[in-house]
Structures are given as structure tokens and as C-alpha cells.
Write a protein that binds this ligand. Structure first.
Ligand SMILES: Cc1ncc(COP(=O)(O)O)c(C=O)c1O
Length: 589
């Protein structure tokens, strides 16, 4: 197939090749006799990444000369790769890579700058380090979804031919040399040529020239002699054009290769300053994290520990398909996980109630938690969001019969101090959204289907309150969108039964502490007016511990943070410091 394709181009290439190489060698000679040392700009890319258009764009400048893949012959000589123009190329281009680097790439010239278009895989072993150390560099990337079908039209693509691994290596080497190169995406060049070229020129510290925005159609004297095979469509172009609205179908024979290449492209894409907008919306600026240290956390997902940005579940996962998952929030105090066994008991009960199958064992889950905490060096002041989903499905849909891979475990540990102001207290408003009833969804199942609470939280946010108070189906107070509640009325501590609210682990602990502190505890339905007229109130939960409530629906509760609240806060704090399951010390291993 390819031979035929090549054959039909042969006559043209031979004629053009001679012409091009005469010019090429001529231009090299003129550089040798030229006077000044030129500043070299290296462009590194995979093939089919708009690198030739970029070369045409730079060639329009009045201060630049360009070189089209000066290391190509060296690359063909060393790899032995076949190309229809191999013989001609080897006979007409300098084949000694280091000579190319010293005499051609860094040779003298008459222009201020020299633009070298390099294809990353052509940086073969044994080339002098000068290539990286000298000159300015930038990296041009393109989504392999676009590269692969385009490359396939000329040569059968392979991981090596795409050279994305080499491109990543070049990026990292330059970074280690203290000169991280600007990375631009071909998509942004197509969407906003001027903005992207201006940005690139700024990064390269050269003035932008508007002539870079268009060029005459090819062929061109600056083309390498391989142009007839590779530049057919480029020759028709006269500027960076918007991509067609819809791409062509992807050839599925290249699916495996795409899977290998995509992570490398994505790795480099992270370094693109101006991300091209997605299909759906323009990119948002990077937000600040509430705790900046969490930018670099390691997360357990499935059966591996990965960095934050790689921590993802499958789109086939039940949690995506239907919020079909159970979860726990746990806290780490002083080298220990507080109430670990109680949280795991609730998690296993929730999973059983939801008829999960192929659930990991308690020991496996504990092991994943310990490993995640140890890897992160988190032995205090941290919170774990532990999720167990019903797992990946064989196809999208609702039925658990599609779940044939077993459950997926996620251990997300973050540095997180208690999330509420437990000294000055918090403000609540009552939401119109009612808490789920056991008629519809039993609150004893701690599931990830949190929309009921999220709707209430939105009401709280709109009212600029810290959280929202949720009533049960009969109008009695149940809990907040995220915590259980307690009130103090005439010396008695009251909390609603766990029929509508979650049977919180902290709630149970606080109930024990109330009894231990010789206070009177009543577990009964509480009406909203009892809350509005309470002497004291607090919320309880692992994430926020015990948080005094100072205002509900505009009514002040007691005189600020009350004595019973303070007493129980202290008792709870003491307990968290003393008890818990110790995290095995990694130094012991
Ligand atoms: C709705 C709701 N209520 C209460 C709580 C507090 O539960 P715990 O004390 O087990 O953290 C949570 C936390 O998961 C919750 O989501």
C-alpha cells in the first residue's frame, strides 16, 4: 500500500528534491561564509503537529532563517528506517548528527535568529548536549487523536514514530537545565493564531512580527526534500486555519497506540500556559485551594496510589452512573484514626444494605487507608474521604447486574483542619428541602447520592449561612445538610432520633459523652420552635467536630457559645487525642 503511494510520488520528489537540496546546501554554504553568530530557536514536536506551518510562519520574519529538520539524515542513518526518499536524503544531507549540530544548527549566519524545526524522535542518542544547552527552545504539541490519522496517511504510525516519549524527555531535560521550554498546543494556534504567536514570541524574548500570521502557499525552497510525501495539505495553507467544526472518525486500528500516546500528550499539555477552550466552555482560571498543601496529595483509586490529577474513576463506574456508592469521612489525630472500626462497620452495613458484591475485606480497606496516609506523611490534622463504589459496569445503565468488576475503593486523604468556626460558632437557616424519609431512601445507608443535602446546602449558601437545617417529612428538625444536631433546653440535651438524619458516628460519641458528663439526654423529635428558643445548640460531625450554633433563621440561640457546648467540646477533644487506631509507622518496616 505504502510503496504504491510512494511510487506515484517518486518522479516529482526526485525533481523537487534536487531543487530543494541545491537550495538547502547553498543556504548552508552561505551561512558558513556568513559573519555573525546567530541565536538558535529550536522547535520540538511530534510529526503532524503544525510544525511545518510554524516554520513557514517564522520564515516570514525579516530577522530569521529557518532549517527544516536538519537532523533527519542522521536519524535515518542511525535507525535504518525505510523511507522512499532515504537514499537521496542520505546522499544529499549531512548525515553526521554532531556535525549538523556544530556546523549547521549552530554555524554562523547572516540573520539574527535561526529557527530549527526538529521532530523529537530525531534527537538520537550520542548527539552532543549542546543541542539542549544552547539556544532557545519551545515545544509544540498536538492531540494524538489528530496526529495519528494524519500520520497514518503517509507511514504506518508506531509509538516510536510518534516520538512523544522523546518529546516528554526533551521537556524534562530542559527543565532540569533550568530552562523549562514554553509549550504550545496546535489547537490554540488554530483557535487564536495571533495571541498564541505573540505569547510564544514573548516567551522566547523576541519581538512579535505581524508578518508571521500568513505566508504564500507552497512548495517552498525551505522545504526538506521529503515535502511531496508529507506537505501536500500544508502547501495549500497560507495561515493557521480554524479546525473544521467536526473531526473525521478515528481509525480504530490505532486505538491501542492512542491509549499509549495520550497520557504523554496530557503530561505536556499541563504545561501549556493558555489552554485552548474545550468544546463546552472557555477555560476557567486555576482556582486557589482552601489548603494549598493539598495540591500535592497522593490518592488511592482502585488498586493504586496516584497523584491528585491522575486520581480518576472510570466513566463506567457506578458512582458516575448513579451515585451508587457508599462513603465515610474519617479524621486523623495524633498518629491515630479516630473511630476507624465504627466507620468501617457503618460502611460495611451500607454496602450490605445496597447489596454490593465483591466488596474488599476490612483488612484490605484498612491497609489501603494506612498506605495512603503513610505515603502522604499524614499523621495528624487530616481528613479521609473514603468511598466504596459498586464498581465499574460493563455498560452504562442502572442495573447492578452490569457490575462485573467488583467494587472500587477510593481513599482521598487531605490536610484539613475542622471546617467550621468552632470558637465563635456558626449560623444556620432552615431549608425548604426536606430530609429523605425512610419511605424513599433510608438514612441509615450512608450513600453518595447526596443531592437531597446539596439542594439544602444551596439554600444555605443563598442565605449566606454556614449550613442549612433540614426538617423531616412531618416538619420536625432532622439535621443539617452535613451534620447532626443537638440542643440544650432547661438543662436537658436533646437530639432527634436517627430515622431521617444520618446515624452519625460523632453523634453517637457525643451522646455517650453527654451521659458520661452526667447530663440528661433525650433522643426525641424536636420542633423548629424548640430550636429557635433553645438555650444552646451545636452540630456534630467528623469533618467539623462540635460546632456551636449561634443563630438559626435570624433567632439568636442563647448567649453565644454556651457552657454545655464548651464542656462537650473539651470532652470530645480529649477523646480524639487519646483513642483511635494507630497508623503503622512506616519507619518500622
Ligand atoms: C448528612 C450528614 N449528617 C451527619 C453527618 C455526620 O456523620 P459523622 O459523625 O459520622 O461524621 C454526615 C457526615 O457524613 C452527613 O453527611
Amino acid at each position: 500500500m505504502q510503496c504504491n503511494k510512494f511510487d506515484c510520488h517518486l518522479t516529482i520528489i526526485l525533481a523537487l528534491g534536487r531543487l530543494v537540496m541545491t537550495h538547502f546546501i547553498g543556504s548552508i554554504r552561505s551561512k558558513m561564509v556568513g559573519s555573525e553568530i546567530v541565536e538558535v530557536i529550536h522547535s520540538w514536536s511530534a510529526p503532524r503537529s503544525l510544525s511545518t506551518s510554524m516554520m513557514y510562519s517564522f520564515a516570514q520574519r525579516d530577522d530569521i532563517e529557518v532549517l527544516d529538520e536538519p537532523l533527519y539524515a542522521n536519524f535515518l542513518r542511525l535507525t535504518g528506517l525505510d523511507r522512499p526518499y532515504r537514499k537521496e536524503l542520505l546522499s544529499k544531507m549531512e548525515c553526521d548528527g554532531n556535525k549538523v549540530v556544530s556546523d549547521i544548527i549552530f554555524g554562523p549566519g547572516r540573520m539574527k535568529y535561526r529557527f530549527c524545526k526538529h521532530i523529537a524522535k530525531q534527537r538520537t542518542q550520542g548527539l552532543t548536549n549542546d543541542l539542549m544547552k544552547k539556544g532557545k527552545h519551545f515545544i509544540l504539541i498536538r492531540n494524538p487523536l489528530d496526529i495519528l490519522p494524519s500520520f497514518d496517511k503517509v507511514v504506518a504510525p508506531s509509538f516510536f514514530e510518534l516520538g512523544l516519549a522523546e518529546l516528554v524527555r526533551i521537556y524534562n531535560e530542559l527543565r532540569e537545565l533550568g530552562k523549562p521550554p514554553p509549550v504550545i498546543d496546535a489547537a490554540e494556534l488554530q483557535q487564536d493564531p495571533e495571541g498564541t504567536l505573540r505569547g510564544l514570541c514573548d516567551d522566547l524574548e523576541i519581538p512579535f512580527q505581524p508578518t508571521m500570521l500568513s505566508w504564500e502557499a507552497g512548495p517552498k525552497s525551505i522545504d526538506g526534500l521529503w515535502a511531496p510525501w508529507w506537505y501536500e495539505s500544508i502547501h495549500k495553507s497560507t495561515c493557521f486555519k480554524q479546525e473544521k467544526k467536526y473531526p473525521q472518525s478515528f481509525p480504530f486500528s490505532l486505538y491501542d497506540l492512542l491509549e499509549q500516546c495520550l497520557p504523554l500528550y496530557n503530561m505536556l499539555r499541563r504545561h501549556v500556559k493558555k489552554k485552548s477552550s474545550s468544546l463546552l466552555s472557555p477555560p476557567l482560571p486555576l482556582p486557589n485551594l482552601p489548603v494549598p498543601a493539598n495540591e500535592k496529595v497522593l490518592v488511592w483509586v482502585g488498586d493504586e496510589i496516584v497523584p491528585r490529577d491522575s486520581a480518576k474513576v472510570s466513566v463506567f463506574d457506578s458512582v458516575v452512573q448513579g451515585g451508587d456508592s457508599v462513603w465515610e469521612g474519617l479524621r486523623v489525630y495524633n498518629g491515630k484514626i479516630f473511630e476507624l472500626e465504627e466507620h468501617l462497620d457503618r460502611m460495611f452495613d451500607s454496602a450490605k444494605a445496597l447489596a454490593f458484591e465483591n466488596v474488599p475485606t476490612r483488612e484490605e480497606i484498612k491497609d489501603a487507608i494506612f498506605r495512603t496516609l503513610i505515603r502522604n506523611g499524614m499523621f495528624d490534622n487530616s481528613h479521609i474521604r473514603l468511598s466504596l463504589t459498586r464498581g465499574k459496569k460493563v455498560t452504562s445503565g442502572m442495573s447492578p447486574a452490569f457490575n462485573l468488576y467488583g467494587c472500587s475503593l477510593i481513599v482521598l486523604a487531605e490536610w484539613k483542619p475542622p471546617v467550621y468556626d468552632n470558637t465563635r460558632g456558626i449560623v444556620l437557616v432552615t431549608a425548604t428541602t426536606r430530609r429523605n424519609s425512610p419511605n424513599s431512601l433510608d438514612s441509615k445507608i450512608h450513600h453518595n447520592n447526596l443531592l437531597n443535602n446539596i439542594l439544602a446546602k444551596i439554600e444555605g449558601n443563598n442565605a449566606k449561612a454556614d449550613d442549612a437545617l433540614m426538617l423531616d417529612i412531618d416538619g420536625y428538625v432532622s439535621e443539617t445538610n452535613a451534620t447532626n444536631i443537638f440542643i440544650v433546653k432547661k438543662g436537658r440535651v436533646l437530639t432527634p432520633p436517627a430515622d431521617y438524619c444520618l446515624a452519625g458516628i460523632t453523634r453517637a460519641t457525643v451522646m455517650d459523652l453527654v451521659v458520661k458528663e452526667d447530663l440528661i439526654l433525650e433522643e426525641r423529635r424536636i420542633s423548629l420552635s424548640e430550636v429557635h428558643t433553645a438555650d444552646e445548640m451545636w452540630t456534630s460531625g467528623t469533618m467539623g467536630e462540635l460546632s456551636p450554633v449561634v443563630k438559626v433563621d435570624g433567632r439568636r440561640i442563647g448567649d453565644g457559645v454556651g457552657p454545655v457546648t464548651k464542656r462537650l467540646q473539651i470532652a470530645y477533644k480529649n477523646l480524639t487525642q487519646q483513642s483511635g487506631v494507630a497508623i503503622p509507622n512506616c519507619l518500622e518496616n
